[in-house]
Write a protein that binds this ligand. Structure first.
Ligand code: SAH
Length: 316
């Protein structure tokens, strides 16, 4: 992420006034239930103390605020943990500090994942991997090419294809691909999974990564830009529009297996239902001033036509 012109250096990309809206901003149950997931995993691990709760890419800090409020009555949990937020954007770090200052006595911020305490870790990340860089390869008559960004005759940004040294490997891996089809790979996401799996192997704990993505490749480009809730050209207004790609969960699960973990991939709907989203909704409705709004927000998270099935959870 560029320290000055990077998209997330902008103060507020989220919400109705921003460019897009995410699950924790839609309903408080999202962060609460991720808290319940982690507290449950912590109990099952024998209530280790000290332990770390880690969120990577916390955005406005809403998920962690709901997480910590939702788990404050779990006996011993808050006393055992320190909370670590990994955020690359200075502007969002400042917003998170303001929001979370009274949520827990031990909060710290990190620019990357590499200097966390060596303790049992309970890790969450929502819509992080879709923001990490990808590479794209396109099948041509002459073999596979890598898609690169270049300048056209008018000095505007354009995509171009450069012959790829990985051509033979891609042919072997995707024999069914047709000319013009595209595959994507995100080494940064794979490296992240590797690091999390290593930490869990050495120190114990659990991780949940939630994102939109696929478990079989679609052979199409999933690179997209969104500005003010509208699709936008990827090569225009760089730094002003949110550029993302769908997450290749099969590749992430494969990496986790290589690291001797037994990953599980489930839909967001199944994950939240398993954690008691229906019961939590009933509780909230008893006190809700505006029951329709509360219900439709929760519905949006679990409805298969909305976020319930496109969004998936990778559990380690
Ligand atoms: N989890 C939040 C925000 C999602 S947006 C939510 O659900 O609302 C992506 C977040 O990841 C932003 O906070 C962005 O600044 C952060 N981010 C992007 N790349 C990152 C990186 N390489 N390391 C740490 N954080 C990163």
């Amino acid at each position: 992420m560029h320290p000055e012109y990077g998209y997330y250096q902008k103060q507020n990309p989220f919400g109705a006034q921003g460019d897009f809206i995410t699950a924790p901003e839609i309903s408080q149950v999202f962060g609460e239930l991720l808290g319940i997931f982690c507290a449950d995993q912590w109990l099952r691990a024998g209530s280790p103390s000290p332990a770390i709760v880690v969120e990577m890419g916390p955005g406005r800090g809403t998920l962690m605020q709901d997480f910590l409020r939702g788990t404050r009555h779990v006996p011993g949990f808050h006393q055992a943990i320190s909370v670590h937020l990994i955020e690359a954007s200075a502007a969002l770090t400042a917003a998170q500090k303001k929001k979370l200052q009274d949520s827990h006595p031990s909060l710290s911020w990190h620019k990357d994942i590499f200097d966390l305490p060596k303790q049992p870790m309970f890790f969450v990340a929502n819509e992080l991997c879709d923001a990490l860089p990808i590479h794209q390869f396109e099948k041509t008559q002459q073999g596979w090419g890598e898609r690169m960004v270049a300048l056209d005759a008018e000095e505007a940004l354009c995509f171009t294809l450069v012959p790829s040294a990985l051509s033979e490997r891609l042919n072997a891996q995707y024999p069914e691909a047709q000319t013009g089809e595209i595959i994507e790979t995100s080494p940064a996401s794979i490296q992240l999974i590797h690091h999390i799996a290593d930490h869990l192997n050495h120190h114990g704990g659990a991780a949940a990564l939630i994102d939109y993505g696929y478990d079989v490749p679609s052979f199409r480009s999933s690179l997209q830009a969104v500005k003010s809730h509208q699709y936008h050209s990827v090569l225009e207004d760089i730094g002003e529009a949110d550029i993302t790609a769908h997450v290749d969960f099969a590749a992430l699960a494969e990496e986790a297996k290589r690291c001797r973990r037994a990953p599980q991939l489930i839909t967001q709907a199944a994950f939240l239902k398993g954690l008691g989203v229906d019961m939590r909704l009933q509780q909230l409705l008893q006190k809700a001033e505006n029951p329709e709004i509360v219900t439709s927000a929760v519905q949006r998270l679990i409805d298969p036509e909305q976020m319930g099935e496109l969004f998936k959870v990778l559990l380690l």
